[in-house]
Design a protein around this ligand. Structure first.
Ligand code: DQQ
Length: 584
């Protein structure tokens, strides 16, 4: 028996190694620069998998959200966009405005590569609102193509006319660039943040690296134009590689209200986020902005590496937050790349989306952040169906029918009677899987078909009639040797499509939730090729991109399921089909 287990375990390890390598290959592929595809115009836009209510341009490529802000009655969003094709390249700062964060009107690009200080690229950056409500943008410009990916400087841009709420035209003064790289980091020096004020001076941070040391350089200025490099970074960490798109902001320890970046003391903590170029994951720590040392110090116990906390355990990168002065909240925007190949993206005529903007605030435990789709999203909720007190025995699959489930917001509360029959947590996993892959790999190995005690239970999104395709989002609850319970959340693209050429990762994350209440909630925003899910009120969030061949449009189905020995009850389920907003 033992040797059987050892053999099986060896096989599982091998399989995981294979999956990890595969994953790595795909991550690398995301950054490929395919010059021959950069100018292929979209003759048609294939609609089958095109999201209806997630942010995207009409066609072609989108990546990072840039400089989100609120100005004179409008939300402004800029983003990295290729106006000529559906792969990365020819990047401009596209610009859209909205009154409600949901319906968007496109404007002309705000920043294009026209000057010597940005002629090889206008890369990511941020907005700061200066005194007298005057926005200013800092962004990265490429002045030379070499050394790859380009010689990087920091520029500023200001509105031509401050009385125009649309901020239609932006001026890039000829005094640019205002910051040049030091010798060490000419091609790894980018993505300036929103600035804050300390001792009457502005400060902001820029992502960088020296060899494998991830660095967030600190710059200081009296007038926002003349900047000096501070003699120490805001933060740095060994073995991380390039820190892209850093984000640094305060969160209140006293409630859900968001704070402007200029708040640097009081009942607050600070969040520091980086986007890791090597892995294409965003991770964050919570800590203290030590204003005396002018440094960020993560709280004790925070994991300051890519094994740390993530806003989203799935497809989510290059995120940026901003403070919304209207509703006094901090909002985060993140980019979800396609999982399909570049050739497919060219054929589709579009690639990339931004995820639904989420309000972000500190969990009362102080140990993590919580995120929830902005309340405005609910204005798209249309026809509603419900389930109440529906018992799910082992093997039960119950359909949620009567609405458009390819474009739906579904919110469900699962209940169970007790935790006694939760399956044992296999402690070998902790030894076999690297910490940053642990939850993901357990999801991969166990899937939905391996029966547990409490779970797997959850939703089956974008299911074909014959169950040949489905995207499960589900929980498994484990008993651990120290009698505590571990809740695992998975979003599994593996069975999502019959097209086996697609990248179909299983994503996973643990949910730090009080299991003694015997309840757990799950909300999923399903939008054709997007499955964006929030567990336990936003404690753990996970996004999958999927491309079914059968479960498309009105051929898609939605179910709740249970494949654990213990009964799970759907205490309540609400599903609303979503109307399509004005989207660029
Ligand atoms: N994308 C931008 C860079 C940033 C990267 C270029 C992150 O500024 O570092 O499009 O996705």
């Amino acid at each position: 028996m033992r040797s059987f287990i050892v053999t099986v375990w060896g096989f599982v390890e091998l399989m995981c190694l294979f999956l990890m390598l595969n994953d790595f290959k795909r991550i690398m592929a995301f950054h490929k620069v395919s010059k021959h595809l950069q100018h292929i115009n979209a003759f048609q836009v294939l609609e089958d998998h095109k999201p209806a209510y997630h942010f995207q341009p009409k066609h072609h490529w989108i990546n990072d959200p840039n400089a989100p802000m609120y100005y004179k009655g409008l939300y402004h969003l800029f983003y990295q966009h290729n106006p000529k094709g559906s792969v990365w390249g020819n990047i401009v700062w596209a610009h859209s405005v909205s009154k409600d964060l949901i319906n968007w009107t496109p404007l002309d690009p705000a920043i294009e590569p026209t000057k010597p200080f940005d002629k090889f690229g206008c890369w990511s950056g941020s907005a700061t609102i200066l005194t007298d409500n005057k926005p200013i943008i800092l962004y990265t410009g490429m002045t030379k193509e070499k050394p790859e990916p380009g010689y990087q400087v920091q520029n500023y841009a200001i509105p031509e006319n401050y009385s125009d709420p649309y901020l239609t035209k932006w001026i890039k003064p000829d005094s640019n660039p205002i910051i040049k790289p030091t010798k060490e980091n000419v091609s790894a020096f980018r993505d300036p943040t929103t600035a804050w004020k300390i001792n009457d001076q502005w400060e902001m941070t820029i992502g960088s690296k020296v060899d494998m040391l991830g660095i967030s350089y600190l710059y200081r200025s009296k007038d926002f134009i003349n900047w000096t490099l501070v003699d120490h970074p805001l933060h740095q960490k060994e073995n991380e590689g390039m820190w892209e798109c850093p984000d640094f902001y305060p969160v209140s320890t006293k409630g859900e209200k968001g704070l402007d970046t200029t708040v640097i003391d009081g009942d607050i903590k600070h969040v520091f986020k980086v986007s890791l170029d090597l892995t294409k994951y965003d991770y964050y720590t919570i800590g203290k902005y030590d204003t005396k040392q002018d440094k960020y110090i993560p709280d004790k116990g925070m994991v300051d590496s890519w094994a740390g906390l993530r806003y989203d355990w799935g497809n989510f990168y290059a995120s940026k937050t901003f403070f919304d002065p209207v509703k006094k909240r901090r909002i985060i925007w993140g980019w979800a790349n396609e999982s399909s190949t570049e050739d497919e993206n060219v054929k589709k005529g579009w690639a990339g989306i931004l995820l639904i903007p989420r309000t972000v605030w500190l969990d009362p435990s102080g140990k993590q952040l919580l995120q929830w789709p902005v309340v405005e999203l609910e204005t798209l909720r249309h026809k509603n169906v419900q389930l109440t007190d529906k018992e799910l025995k082992k093997g039960d699959i119950v359909e949620v029918a009567g609405i458009n489930v390819a474009q739906v917001d579904v919110d469900v509360l699962f209940k169970f009677s007790n935790l006694d029959k939760a399956e044992e947590y296999n402690t070998e996993w902790d030894k076999t899987f690297p910490p940053e892959m642990l939850a993901k790999n357990i999801c991969q190995v166990m899937g939905t078909t391996q029966q547990g005690g409490l779970g797997p239970f959850g939703l089956l999104a974008l299911t074909s009639k014959d169950f040949k395709e489905y995207t499960p989002i589900f929980f498994r609850i484990f008993k651990t040797p120290n009698t505590k319970h571990k809740v695992l959340m998975c979003s599994d693209a593996m069975p999502s499509t019959l097209n086996l050429n697609e990248y179909r990762p299983s994503y996973g994350g643990f949910v730090d939730v009080d299991t003694t209440e015997n309840k757990i909630s799950l909300r999923s925003l399903i939008d054709h090729s997007v499955v964006e899910s929030f567990a336990a009120g936003g404690k753990t969030v996970m996004t999958s991109r999927v491309y079914p061949t059968l479960a498309i449009g009105d051929k898609a189905h939605l179910h709740v399921f249970n494949n654990g020995t213990e009964i799970v009850i759907v205490e309540r389920l609400d599903a609303w089909s979503m109307t399509k907003p004005k989207m660029n």
